[in-house]
Design a protein. Structure first.
Ligand code: ZN
Length: 494
């Protein structure tokens, strides 16, 4: 049960959300469905109106007492990487001042007077998780039976995404999705909406109201997809992207990602537009992100080879349009060769490893060891709805199992690092999220070490800290989550 202070905060936030929801919903529902690529000026007005909403405020100085765990640096794959990488402060203090982390202190350094105290002793306090690849509209088709990637897109995903042309559907979907992230312990994400401009706009507006770090951008597709999900021409797609970038990129905690779905659904002209946008906005707020899919499934790789015969490899299709850079996120990257891995490392691009999706769709087993040896940054992602859970604990457990099938072993440290500070580092956001360093935003999550008798027994029997954290990671899920905080504000409580 939430404590009284949590209940007040949660109630206030709920009332605030409801007002914002009504303002935007009222405008959005008055409009009919919007075709792919069409602009939606009325929604932009509503989204701007929501910016004036007063934020609900947590105490200006908050001291939380719990078992603090975060990372100072990459722990590698060692079981005992030592305090230079892992920081564990049992019964420690996390000090939050005006939305930011002021300090992480050991148990014996009481913060003194002047702090509102929150006693969470016996609970695990972690930085908020970062999901580097997830599809908001695919909550509607998560856990759909019986297909591999290309058939799955045709059978389930494309029909579901067509509904997001309707602003009311897009808006309700964005709200539901972000609430679901927070209820899973995820406080920041790189998200695919649909091809509809309104679907990106609603995600930006909903994330902004919550104060969340969110990276998204309208999906680009101009071939090999249904009419209702296809950009009509390059000029129209460019207009939509530019309008969204100008409105949202670098605003509060939002970043724009140029988002070609994957090579087969974009023409060379559209991929050239992606490269142009990245170049044109290179100087704006650190530059745009690029997110797409890469070498997920063998049939897909064969299809790309037939569509782009001039390219050396799947990755080379993107490289030829200058889409490889330090802000590029490539989901999956299962079927790569050493030259591809070298190119990714050289560019500083990251692979978002999506084990739950890879197992569910039978796509293949990602070689983290090979990527690591080539010095490619790897982060962890749910890829819902190909993945079957938004909860990072489930993703990490699946990552362990997928790697075990290749004879590799994923430690709890490497998994947790890659879903927190490692992801922040790969996204160029280490100054803002992913750890308890002073000055970063106070995005954090609280967890029960155990939910139910099986988890409790395993915790009781753990002989050292890695055993304890590993068992928590493998056996836990969103039922272990106590609360999610964004910028110090409690946004979810179980
Ligand atoms: Zn995906």
């Amino acid at each position: 049960m939430p404590r009284p202070a949590d209940r007040i905060s949660a109630a206030r936030f709920f009332a605030y959300s409801l007002v914002a929801y009504r303002i935007i919903g009222g405008v959005a529902r008055a409009r009919g469905p919007t075709p792919a690529g069409a602009s939606d000026a009325a929604f932009s007005v509503a989204a701007r109106a929501s910016l004036e909403m007063p934020p609900s405020r947590p105490p200006s100085r908050l001291a939380i007492r719990a078992d603090l765990l975060d990372f100072v640096d990459d722990p590698g794959f060692a079981v005992d990487p030592g305090p230079a990488a892992v920081r564990f402060l049992p019964d420690g203090w996390l000090l939050v001042e005006e939305q930011r982390i002021a300090a992480a202190l050991p148990a014996d350094q009481d913060p003194g007077a002047g702090w509102t105290r929150l006693d969470r002793r016996g609970q695990l306090l972690l930085p908020g998780f970062i999901d580097t690849h997830v599809h908001a509209p695919q909550l509607d088709v998560i856990a759909s039976f019986g297909t591999e990637l290309l058939d799955w897109l045709r059978t389930y995903t494309f029909p579901a995404e067509q509904r997001y042309a309707d602003p009311a559907v897009a808006e309700a979907g964005a709200e539901r999705f972000l609430d679901a992230l927070l209820a899973s312990g995820v406080t920041a994400a790189a998200v695919f909406p649909t091809v509809h401009r309104i679907s990106a706009e609603t995600l930006f507006a909903s994330a902004q109201r919550r104060g969340m770090r969110l990276i998204t951008g309208k999906v680009l597709m101009d071939r090999n997809s249904p009419d209702a999900l296809r950009d009509r021409d390059v000029a129209g797609a460019e207009r939509d992207c530019v309008d969204l970038i100008e409105c949202w990129h670098g605003r509060d905690r939002l970043g724009y990602a140029v988002t070609p779905r994957f090579a087969p659904t974009s023409s060379d002209d559209q991929l050239a537009l992606c490269g142009r946008l990245l170049r044109d906005y290179a100087g704006r707020a650190g530059g745009l992100y690029l997110q797409t899919h890469l070498a997920e499934n063998r049939a897909e790789v064969d299809w790309v080879r037939s569509l782009f015969p001039q390219a050396r490899s799947y990755l080379d299709v993107y490289a030829r349009h200058d889409l490889l850079g330090p802000r590029s996120i490539f989901a999956h990257g299962i079927w790569l060769d050493p030259a591809d891995r070298a190119a990714l490392a050289e560019a500083g691009a990251q692979i978002a490893f999506c084990p739950s999706s890879n197992l569910f769709l039978g796509s293949g087993l990602f070689g983290w060891g090979e990527a690591d040896a080539a010095r490619v940054a790897v982060t962890l992602a749910s890829d819902v709805g190909g993945g079957t859970s938004l909860c990072p604990l489930r993703t990490m457990a699946d990552a362990y199992k997928a790697m075990a099938l290749r004879g590799e072993r994923l430690t709890a440290w490497k998994a947790l690092y890659s879903a927190t500070r490692g992801a922040a580092r790969a996204l160029g956001l280490e100054h803002e999220i992913g750890h308890f360093g002073a000055g970063t935003m106070a995005d954090f999550t609280l967890w029960h070490w155990a939910h139910g008798p099986v988890q409790q027994r395993r915790q009781d029997m753990a002989r050292n800290l890695h055993e304890r954290v590993f068992a928590w990671m493998l056996l836990g899920d969103e039922r272990n989550l106590v609360a999610s905080h964004v910028g110090g504000r409690q946004m979810y409580a179980s």
